[in-house]
Design a protein around this ligand. Structure first.
Ligand code: HEM
Length: 420
């Protein structure tokens, strides 16, 4: 590793994430030697890798100087790709690629559904959803109470998926559809999920499928409003005008996909962390109250959203390095979450870590809308887990998602011993 030059470090290819997981050694070197480092790997437009918590915070708190519109994640550009045309006509225009003042108007349409008070009211429902999940798995158990499963698909994905679809008012029978669209969205570079296609449009065909479904859903809610977020969005206005279809559907798309995939990855990654740290699992079994701090430690440890990109709107000096207008900056949240300048013993997984100023939910203008929901999902999930699961063991190799954008296990073959 030390023979490698900084330019040779791979912090970006999907194949490397699938094979090795997050490149924590590379980030540690970047933080120590060049925390604002310019990369120009083949197939990608150049970008600055921003790896310390302080620099990510400085950039994130200035959305006018560092915009989210345009390039917002790092993936290789397909041959013949025209970035200018793509940025002018993005396939989605949603909160994560909108900027103030427009961004604030759109965020206001949904924010009251995700306040701590609104989310606290969901706890009883989340309890039911989680209990049913374990009951259904218990039905498949053998005489000794053991059941085989893919923890990611059969367990971790289920509770956050059911909760966000209920908030949106998407019926149960559409869950598989939502799951497929989400996997295709976050698995753009993963051979298991990606759509083949010559053009960007073909590769992103799943967005059209989601929009066609939103047409149906919003028409239904206009005719017959219910107590769900889709009914609110069906009637939404900004400055007295109906919200344009493209932005409205993009917002719905974002809440739908961001609302469960990330939490699933935190649950799956949390399972592996507890598996690798039996002392922490034992502590949690003794005192589920540890989840008050533990949910955030699981988010810090797993950092399901690895990066987002900003584009400088003017020249700017960051950490002594000159950034030019138009340059792209990749904010590596997972690197910030091991930053020695912020965390005492950053490579230790400690459920009682406090304070825990991690950047797993981002910071500033685009701070995660669903952070309170994600925390509650995790608390309820792990509380039930220690009540219902007497023992578990891995039952085959863990496979990781091929993506540098969102990270985590894609499949975890497992055997679980469930209490009836
Ligand atoms: C552990 C789970 C989660 C993690 C790690 C996570 C992470 C993040 C991060 C890092 C951002 C910042 C994006 C940026 O910098 O541009 C973000 C934004 C966002 N998240 Fe989450 N998220 C999680 C769960 C959720 C849930 C449950 C929802 C459901 C509503 C959600 C909805 C959103 C939305 C709508 C945004 C965009 C906010 C904006 O641009 O103003 N997330 N999330």
């Amino acid at each position: 590793m030390t023979d490698t030059t900084l330019d040779e470090l791979d912090v970006i290819t999907a194949a490397s994430y699938a094979e090795h997981g997050y490149p924590h050694d590379a980030w540690a070197r970047l933080r120590a030697e060049d925390p604002v480092h310019r990369f120009a790997p083949e197939g990608y437009r150049p970008f600055w890798a921003i790896t310390t918590a302080a620099d990510i915070t400085e950039v994130s708190r200035q959305p006018e100087r560092f915009k989210s519109a345009g390039r917002f994640i790092l993936i290789p550009d397909p041959p013949g790709f025209d970035p200018g045309a793509f940025d002018d006509n993005p396939p989605l225009r949603m909160l994560v690629n909108q900027d103030p003042p427009e961004h604030r108007d759109f965020r206001k349409l949904v924010s009251s559904w995700f306040t701590p008070r609104a989310i606290a009211q969901l706890e009883a429902r989340l309890d039911d959803i989680t209990a049913v999940l374990w009951d259904q798995l218990a039905e498949r158990a053998d005489g000794d109470g053991w059941v085989r499963a893919d923890f990611v698909r059969d367990v971790a994905a289920r509770q956050p998926l059911r909760m966000i679809t209920e908030i949106l008012g998407i019926p149960d029978e559409r869950e598989e559809f939502v799951l497929r669209i989400t996997n295709q969205n976050f698995g753009l570079e993963d051979p298991e999920f990606m759509l083949d296609g010559e053009s960007v449009q073909e590769a992103l065909a799943f967005i059209g499928e989601a929009f066609a479904y939103f047409d149906e859903l919003l028409d239904e809610r206009r005719a017959d409003p219910r107590d769900d977020l889709s009914s609110v969005l069906a009637a939404a206005e900004i400055d007295g005008e109906p919200v344009p279809r493209f932005e409205l559907y993009s917002l719905l798309f974002l809440v739908m996909v961001a609302g469960h995939d990330t939490t699933r990855n935190a649950i799956s990654g949390g399972l592996l962390a507890l598996h690798d740290h039996p002392d922490q699992l034992a502590a949690l079994r003794r005192d589920p109250g540890l989840l008050a701090t533990g949910a955030d430690e699981i988010v810090r440890w797993t950092t399901p959203v690895n990066h987002f990109v900003r584009t400088a709107t003017a020249d700017y000096e960051l950490h002594g390095t000159q950034i030019r207008a138009g340059d792209h900056l990749a904010l590596f949240y997972a690197s910030a979450n091991r930053d020695e300048a912020v965390f005492d013993d950053p490579y230790a997984f400690r459920l009682d870590r406090s304070p825990n100023p991690h950047l797993g939910f981002g910071i500033g203008e685009h701070y995660c809308l669903g952070a309170h929901l994600a925390r509650l999902d995790l608390k309820v999930f792990w509380r039930h887990f220690v009540e219902r699961i007497e023992a578990f063991e891995l039952d085959g190799p863990v496979e990781l998602l091929a993506s540098s954008f969102v990270g985590g296990p894609k499949h975890i073959p497992i055997r679980l011993k469930i209490r009836p």
